[in-house]
Design a binder for this molecule. Sequence first.
Ligand code: GAL
Length: 918
Amino acid sequence: MELARTGPGEGSTPPRARLNSSAPRQSLNGTWEFRLDQGEWTTIPVPSHWVLEGHGKPAYTNVRYPFAIDPPHPPDENPIGDYRLTFDAADAFLDGAVLRFDGIESAAEIRLNGQLLGTTRGSRLTHEFAADLRATGNVLEVRVAQFSDASYLEDQDMWWLPGIFRDVDLVATPAGGLRDVFAVADFDPGARTGTVTIRTSAPARLRIPELGVDRDVHDSVVPVGTVDPWSAETPRLYAATVSTDVEEISLRLGFRRVEVRDSVLTLNGNPIQFRGVNRHEHHPERGRVVSLADARAELELMKRHHVNAVRTSHYPPAPGFLDLTDELGFYVILECDLETHGFVEVGWRGNPSDDPAWQGAYLDRMQRTVHRDKNHASVVIWSLGNESGTGTNLEAMAAWTRAFDPSRLIHYEHDWASTYVDLYSRMYASHEEVKQIGEEVLTPPPFDATPAELHRRALPFIQCEYAHAMGNGPGGLEEYQDLFDRYPRLAGGFIWEWVEHGLAVTTDGRREIRYGGDFGEDVHDGNFVTDGLVSADREVRPGLTALAHWYAPVRIEVTGSTIRIRNRYDHRDLGHVTFRWRTESADGVLDVPPAAPGRTVEVPLPPRASGPLVTVEAVADDEHVLGSGQLTRFAPTARPAPTTLPDRAAFDPASMRLRTLGGLALDGPMVSLWRAPTDNDRYPGWDEPDLPPYAERWTEAGIDRLRTRLVSADEVDGALRTVHRSAPPGRDFAVDSEFRWHQVSPDALLLDVVVTPRGPWPVEWARLGLDLVVPGAPAGLDWSGLGPGPAYPDLAAGVRYGSWHAEAAELSTPYVRPQESGARRGVRSAVVTTSAGQLRVTVVGEDEIAVTVSPWSRALIASTLHHHELVADGRTYVSLDLAQSGVGTAACGPGVLQRYRLPARLARVSLLLEASAV
Ligand code: GAL
């Protein structure tokens, strides 16, 4: 098997559109014979990846190739899988058929009845081979190499997962049928009319019943009169057929026009904003074998979180996905299967992108990408690939694409000169830089601007990746969204990334989620592969809840007397939205005047909407909430009248830590400044590349292991006063905490806290908290504050004030690699329930705290590598935080923005603590 070529695969028929045809099709999916490396024959399901079916192991790398950079040669250690299927073919396939492979990683040789049909290159690209079949006993043999020359072009940040992992079909190609159809349904925003420009491989009849179209076409332009346009907000599709005497193709036409006007991205004449995500195909058990039902569920979940755009990072998805995005309404950047990122490790020496020997392979990849999905309304942009450096082969791909399909825009991020693309695209650009890019076009270009600069300035800007959703985060979403909303040139962006690529392994009946390095790989990138808004099982991570707020189509602000409602749709009014308000004692529906796309309207706050908390919600017909806002007018919590001095016996005599309250054996409070590092804390922010990550700075300063000394204990103004100094070992900076204890009732203590930093603190804190250990396993938390989910200072959207309850399992987020999580913010009172009793905390006055309740200590969380390895010790760890640092997105992108950092500072709070034992 020849695996060291630089060209495309050979022998397949020219790429064409995926057609929904009346011609017979027979799925060849199912159980195939299989052997690895010429071993014993066994069986395997197709589609699947053999490494997930017990043959070898998956391996994860981000940038680095797991083999030497010696193009076009694959390594000698190169698993080869042999597949064999014997099948019968119905009569319909005997007069012309193709064998269609939608995805084989990484290179295959196809044989039918002993005859070589050809080879494939392009793991996520469709290949078809003309098949001369007999009625019975056809033998299809597919030899698949895990690595090949193609692997140099497929260095995406994901698992290496070989095998026939997408559908295999037999498709009849009847004589007199249609080999290919290319239909562009254009919308003229001025006239509000549509035109179908259609090219068919043979003369055919076009019918669009709803538009009264019934005519012959071949290479034709068909005006269709007034139409409703397609957009992600209004995914209007018209059923059409293209037929010959022997074959009928069904199309769904969405009329739309995507255009750049004065560096603004428009659809149907209106500026649009991508509220997007990057989507890989991933399933925790099946790898990149993702069913249509799973894809639909994913898209519906995205819709519920107001996502309107998907970049198919970094390859074309299984073909049915695009039917769904047409129908459900998503803008799609369809990306070619191409990435050569590993060449960055050698300064891009030998990068195939600039080597003419590879040009055929590059063009073939782009042509396969464009042809297959060219009839989809949702595809508005073609992307040449990801992180492949710069070079003439990319230019050639762009030139071919532009000539073939001028109806769509061309995207490629890695060449910042942007000479051959239609969008200026970057990834993880900081807020300042995005702002500067937004502002750049508001002033005339410099006199000496080169033509290339002038071209780039004329382009709209997108962040094809931003806000890296790894672990607890991403912070900074609000600030990005503000910029996207403020500057017309900024057409939004795509979060990195939608789904985590954790792989599930079941051992002893227990299902565990694994990441890079867990399969014995010697070169790997650890848990960088689990960085999604949803887990591999599609559980919503808190980052998605926050994102949904910023992506929501309706923004509501409630002030003392007014409700401001902003329509953030680009194409729709708010006619389908009901606006409801409610307080604790009343509710009603608002009468809201029509608001055109992008417009804000104001209505008065109804007089009955009085009281401490007013919530206003925009609700769609299906009860889905499209936006909400709140007004809070909380009265300060009264300070209880102190009664007596606390009994000293309740305190540990040496440390003066509280040991018992209401019969419950507590331990605390202890001042705490550290958190179990989040994934973001473990990487240096791109804004501070020369500084170590926060996790290291904190350990270096020693705040993960504060030592506390009792300074004094005395009685002052009827209170027991204890003063404690907490400092890292070997350091002379400290925090002093003064606690004044008052007994309010036998089971209740009032605690006034003042925390004062001492000395020059070399690092910002992670938190400023009071930690208590409570006996018994956590059983739940009730609180009044922001909820229902967790929130951090720069990730505090999508939560609202109310009274909430969380079950024990909801108190922390099961990130694949354990880390700080679960803080409930804006808390004014809380009840922590454990198997041993209850601790009630009420914040006196106007302050709010954050409360984190966990079955694990921070030290344990920080030192445990997988969620399933966390073992609870039967106690409950409670943190009452006076302040917290934000979480940022330093794992890829800027760290915590200055305003969300927590420099050493003085803080005060007064708390009423009540406890009871069961
Ligand atoms: C980008 C890349 C993505 C992913 C991300 C980090 O550079 O395009 O594929 O690696 O970084 O998770």
